[in-house]
Design a protein around this ligand. Sequence first.
Ligand SMILES: NC(=O)c1ccc[n+]([C@@H]2O[C@H](COP(=O)([O-])OP(=O)(O)OC[C@H]3O[C@@H](n4cnc5c(N)ncnc54)[C@H](OP(=O)(O)O)[C@@H]3O)[C@@H](O)[C@H]2O)c1
Length: 337
Amino acid sequence: MSKTALISGVTGQDGSYLAELLLSKGYTVHGLLRRSSSFNTERIDHIYQEPQDFGRALELHYADLSDGVALVNLLRDIQPDEVYNLGAQSHVRVSFDVPLYTGDVTGLGAMRLLEAVRASGIDTRVYQASSSEMFGSAPPPQNELTPFHPRSPYGCAKVFAYWTTVNYREAYGLHATNGILFNHESPRRGETFVTRKITRAVARIHAGLQKKLYLGNLDAVRDWGYAPEYVEAMWLMLQQDEPDDYVVATGQSATVRQFLAAAFAAAGLEWTDYVRYDPKYERPSEVDALIGDAGKAREKLGWQPVTGWRELAELMVRADIETLEAELSGARVRVDR
Ligand SMILES: NC(=O)c1ccc[n+]([C@@H]2O[C@H](COP(=O)([O-])OP(=O)(O)OC[C@H]3O[C@@H](n4cnc5c(N)ncnc54)[C@H](OP(=O)(O)O)[C@@H]3O)[C@@H](O)[C@H]2O)c1
């Protein structure tokens, strides 16, 4: 019997890679689609199946993490074997501008989903997308035993979601697992996150379409991995007999400045010629250094990262240059859904 999964955040970076992975394993995948006035399915266009396709393996449903009743209805109807909660207002800087919304969707949203699992009485396994931002100012290297000290509304909301997941596991015996993932990027990373903002700008500067790139703090140290490898870890966590919490990271670190230099160099450019500082991109409270220790995931899940941050910067620049060339030549056309 093939398995069924429900993914919140299926239209996001991780959701799109996870949907691909599960489809390749023979799952039927249901994705939660939030209502938007513009198309928000671009990342899953290549695996999209028309509602009229007989026996389709990917199905999208309108719902929202702010609507608990919709979540109960969806879970009761689908009866998934696995639920991946990847939906979130996931931008740290933006969470300072919309703290209550971030708390509602990123924090309470996880509780709504867990409560919907409990209320619908289904037998399922739950993955919660926890984040290295929960560690905040706790010094590196960070692992599953490191105390949390979040430094943003996003980090606070993720800590709430983390402990809610642990509580539903302890109180109700749910198979609920936290994946504490350190930063992971790809050509599908949201365009306003620093790595993608950099690699898109490199492609545009390279094509003569952009002159300057404005950034905030270049000294932040991050542990950047490759998103398709990280969704594999999510899946592995839900295949374990017992629920648990796992850090997923490369253990390697670089500053934003180093990533920047590598990305510009990948296109034969010198970053100092183009990058300027704008304080508007600074966070009111910063997270200085995140470097993960993923020893437990390696030991218990057999998971290991392959792609390092430098290779990641290069592959993202290559992808953004190719995408831009396809757009400029008219070879790439937006698909209507
Ligand atoms: N990428 C990382 O480095 C990283 C690290 C640790 C943890 N995480 C967490 O892992 C998850 C996936 O990350 P990602 O990089 O794939 O994020 P992302 O690209 O920003 O995707 C977020 C997803 O959540 C959806 N969403 C937003 N608000 C929602 C709402 N009210 N109801 C339902 N869905 C909603 C978005 O829908 P739209 O497409 O319509 O906007 C999108 O599908 C997130 O929870 C993120 O916080 C990410």
